[in-house]
Design a protein around this ligand. Structure first.
Ligand code: FES
Ligand code: FES
Length: 306
């Protein structure tokens, strides 16, 4: 597949049907685009496709064929990027590339319709509604977008006129060149994958990761239960009595979400057995076991005895 990225023609192989974010980050090395929720919720992975903002985690890479793609690296000198640095519109900066790419598209639309005037807070909020900043830098973000649209950052000050930005690392974070741990891939790096259980109570029967070496972190009981605050230790809801629940961050997490495996060199898949007991009742949970689950009483499941 051939397409244009930040003004340069690029060719990539998309036979394995990757998401656009994977092509941009892993195959082209443009790590300014961040993958956070992988579900179209946070906006951190936003890129422009023919000038229109798109969440790249939900965009198949094949859709970029023949299109003009702009990532945050291509907007490093854009007035919006300068305004984010100048108005201190960030803290950790992880969400910032997505905001800058979206705000740059808004900037172009606003300028075409209104010229160098200041948009209202509601207009900025509507344009950036698909973005989340966990650091809560929203006040600075509103200021930066309004100032950029009004023309305060149209020219880059040089030499002694250039005021110091509030954060010294801001230009790297607004331009996408800042490196976070997730952007580094030293040799031999092990990758953690979170698999969310589709069942409230279940036993993890097996985990598969293709041909990749695998480091199992499940406790010997391999129980998965509902999770609350991951750091709170409480009695295990379905496992052996008095066993404290392992920290959710180590092996399992919320049950109410759809099962999810992270894009990577090989998907990791889990198989579950739902033939578990309700706490204290001694009766099986009212969940229909999947067809591959052995009949009740079979010894092959590996779950602790009811
Ligand atoms: S990572 Fe794509 S929207 Fe959050
Ligand atoms: S600056 Fe940290 S999440 Fe937005």
């Amino acid at each position: 597949m051939e397409f244009e990225v930040n003004g340069a023609r690029r060719t990539v192989d998309v036979d394995d049907d990757p998401a656009a974010v994977e092509v941009v980050r892993d195959r082209l090395g443009l790590t300014g685009t961040k993958l956070v929720c992988a579900g179209g919720v946070c906006g951190a992975c936003t890129i422009q496709v023919d000038g229109e903002p798109r969440v790249s985690c939900l965009t198949p890479a094949a859709r970029l064929a023949g299109r003009r793609v702009t990532t945050v690296e291509g907007l490093a000198t854009h007035p919006v990027a300068r305004a984010f640095a100048g108005e201190d519109a960030l803290q950790c900066g992880y969400c910032t590339p997505g905001f800058v790419v979206e705000a740059a598209a808004f900037f172009e639309r606003w300028r075409a319709e209104h010229g160098p005037t200041r948009p209202g807070r509601e207009q900025i909020a509507a344009a950036l509604a698909g973005h989340l900043c966990r650091c809560g830098a929203y006040e600075g973000i509103f200021r930066a977008v309004a100032a950029a649209c009004a023309g305060d950052y149209d020219t880059a000050p040089t030499g002694r006129q250039a005021p110091a930005v509030p954060r010294t690392e801001a230009p790297e974070k607004t331009g996408g060149s800042a490196r976070y741990t997730t952007d580094l891939h030293p040799d031999g790096l092990l990758e953690g994958v979170i698999i969310r259980s589709p069942h409230a109570h279940a036993h993890v029967r097996s985990l598969e990761a293709g041909d990749l070496p695998f480091v199992p972190l499940l406790p010997p009981t391999a129980w998965c239960g509902t999770s609350g605050n991951p750091s709170r230790r409480s009695r295990h809801p379905t496992g052996p009595p008095h066993e404290p629940r392992p920290r959710a961050s180590r092996w399992t997490t919320r049950c109410s979400r759809r099962p999810w495996t992270q894009a990577g060199p090989a998907p990791v898949r889990a198989r579950w057995c739902t033939r578990t007991r309700r706490r204290g009742s001694g009766r099986p949970a009212p969940v229909r076991p999947p067809s591959w689950c052995p009949p009740a009483g079979a010894a092959t499941c590996g779950a602790p005895p009811p």
